[in-house]
Design a protein around this ligand. Sequence first.
Ligand SMILES: *[C@@H]1O[C@H](CO)[C@@H](O)[C@H](O)[C@H]1NC(C)=O
Ligand SMILES: *[C@@H]1O[C@H](CO)[C@@H](O)[C@H](O)[C@H]1NC(C)=O
Ligand SMILES: *[C@@H]1O[C@H](CO)[C@@H](O)[C@H](O)[C@H]1NC(C)=O
Ligand SMILES: *[C@@H]1O[C@H](CO)[C@@H](O)[C@H](O)[C@H]1NC(C)=O
Length: 252
Amino acid sequence: MMMKQLLLSFSALLVFLLHCTTTIAQAPAKSPKPKLKGPANVTAILEKAHRFNSLIRLMENTQMGDRINTELATASGGLTLFAPADNAFASLKAGTLNSLTDLQKSQLVQFHVLTAYNSLPQFQTVSNPVPTQAGDTSKGHFPLSITMGGNQVNISTGLTNATITSSIYTDGQLAVYEVDKVLLPLEIFNPLPPAPAAAPKKAAAPPPPVLAPSPAAPVANITSVDASSAMGLMIRHAAVSFGVAAIAAFFL
Ligand SMILES: *[C@@H]1O[C@H](CO)[C@@H](O)[C@H](O)[C@H]1NC(C)=O
Ligand SMILES: *[C@@H]1O[C@H](CO)[C@@H](O)[C@H](O)[C@H]1NC(C)=O
Ligand SMILES: *[C@@H]1O[C@H](CO)[C@@H](O)[C@H](O)[C@H]1NC(C)=O
Ligand SMILES: *[C@@H]1O[C@H](CO)[C@@H](O)[C@H](O)[C@H]1NC(C)=O
């Protein structure tokens, strides 16, 4: 009788001890958070929202989705993507995208990417112009102007005034914000302002250089950063020589 009770309490103790050791053994295994998640996949994030199909297609065609994912995995400062939804693409003038070369399509996507992670409050202190992935900051190409007042964040390209309508995703490394318009860069859609009408004294001014569309549009190649900066340089050179011509015409 006593033996049986002893055995019972002994086995109870054993069960108790076993329970303790297992919970103790489990405890430290639980404490480090499972940090196995890799860097964010921008395409998957956009797919999940179900209204960025045009942007996803454009990013696939230009391989910019892959590039963004690669940069997220390697760059430390993070990225911010301004994502126009399908209705924003639909409200573009017909043929707007089709008129672009492959290089320009890549630049258009890159123009929607800031080369740093920005939380919404951080736009309050951002200093303009803000560089984009499409541009070379030192040359001031493809910049955006971002202003914030109250809870509204406005983004201006000089051609397009857009606003952030919602936050799709933020993780401290990648931020994806929906914008109500496709951001059209001046560098693609308005290469040069109309010539200032300099009063000509003698009508012997040299003919203004015609900015012909680049013959045989440069082959689209995401890795060919050179091509894009070369194109920017071409436009700058053209602008400078045009300005010189205009000044010359004025003084003749
Ligand atoms: C990212 O997500 C897309 C769409 O879900 C998928 O096709 C692609 O393989 C993913 N890329 C990586 C690197 O996981
Ligand atoms: C943003 O744009 C809206 C509409 O164009 C304007 O009313 C508002 O003042 C702008 N806010 C800022 C901070 O620029
Ligand atoms: C964009 O906003 C600026 C400043 O508010 C304004 O001067 C300009 O006309 C606007 N442009 C367009 C295309 O709406
Ligand atoms: C892009 O350019 C790189 C180097 O300039 C080249 O190796 C690669 O084959 C090109 N890719 C395409 C798709 O033209």
